[in-house]
Design a protein around this ligand. Sequence first.
Ligand code: PLP
Length: 402
Amino acid sequence: MATVHSSVQQTIDLFDRYVIANYKRFPVCLVRGSGSRVWDSEGTRYLDLFPGWGCNLLGHCPEPVVRAVQEQVATLIHVPNTWYTEPQGLWAEALSKISFGGQAFFCNSGTEANEAAIKLVRLRTNGVRYKIVTFRGGFHGRTLGSVSATAQPKYHEGLGPIVAGFQYAPHGDLEAVEQLIDEHTGGILVEPILGEGGIVPAPPGFLEGLRRIANERDLLLVFDEVQSGCGRTGKWFGYQHFGVVPDVITLAKSLCAGVAGGAMLTTVELARHLRPGMHAATFGGNPLAARAGLAAIEMIQREGLLANVSVMAAIFKSRLDELATRCPMVRDVRVIGMMIGIELAVDGAPVVQACLDKGVLVNCTQQNTIRLLPAMNISADEAHEGCDILSEAIMEVASSVS
Ligand SMILES: *Cc1c(COP(=O)(O)O)cnc(C)c1O
């Protein structure tokens, strides 16, 4: 079918009729993107500080990823995992080299990557030690296992009995973790930097403490790096900021720079617990995702983007800290590479709307935290422009509420 150029209202009408209304959407229809810019169907251009909900790690349509996918899509789109394909092998090798040298299981999303990790924890002891400690404020996905791992009651509402075996501890509380562990506990699952929870890095000593407890009690330490992984923080993985090496990491969102893909990485020794037939994902590691994932890693290396993240993070940090000194409505500014949280004393929705009206796309999480997940290759000019407009929007909202 040829593309029909309809008005925004016509597209909204189509959605109202045919798309399940499980998302709140802005009345904007996006049609095209390039780098940190995106255009809507009316021709309005936006600066996107939250590209792809964190999936578009290298901005919209990064050229090397586009080229790799274009080449692959015309060659071999998909074959099942009963066959070998070179892209999947090369992708696994690349991930192993930038992490802790283990092996990969491929899937299509973050929640699936976490399901794989949950199963690995259980399979290691044949289901005897099935319990997993997770943390309040964490987020691990929407399938029943991962949502049960997510210690936020709002995600459990109306679902009836959730999956048994998850034990929730307050984030940062090592003593609570020790108290929850019993002879049926097999693992600890934690985001090294809370994402949906408001861009909150692990407090000092917390991850080190979890590593020590995991060692003492023979538990698997699983880091959910779906949001913090793949270079976003200025290191390949969030855990590399803390000097603590987990047994398992889960990845998705930015893994394939905007193409759907997920992965669980673990050590060679632990990977042996996943034998043929025990777990699978039909589309997992498909040639398109593999080429995109590989192209993303190569682009980050070739263009020195880990270093760019540190430089851009310093710009955001100084500009937003300066804003906080002028504007008491800004309670806290947290910048870990291109993971940025601006905690407000008020509801953040009006700020998101004010930014949209001024042509800048941002997000709000936990009601009061403006969240930015800018592309790793954002420019200094774009970072300053974003800070200018965001500051303006926050000051406007501050003056209207005071
Ligand atoms: C988004 C997210 C998930 C879920 O990923 P999906 O691809 O939406 O299933 C899991 N964990 C973290 C930390 C996330 O940010």
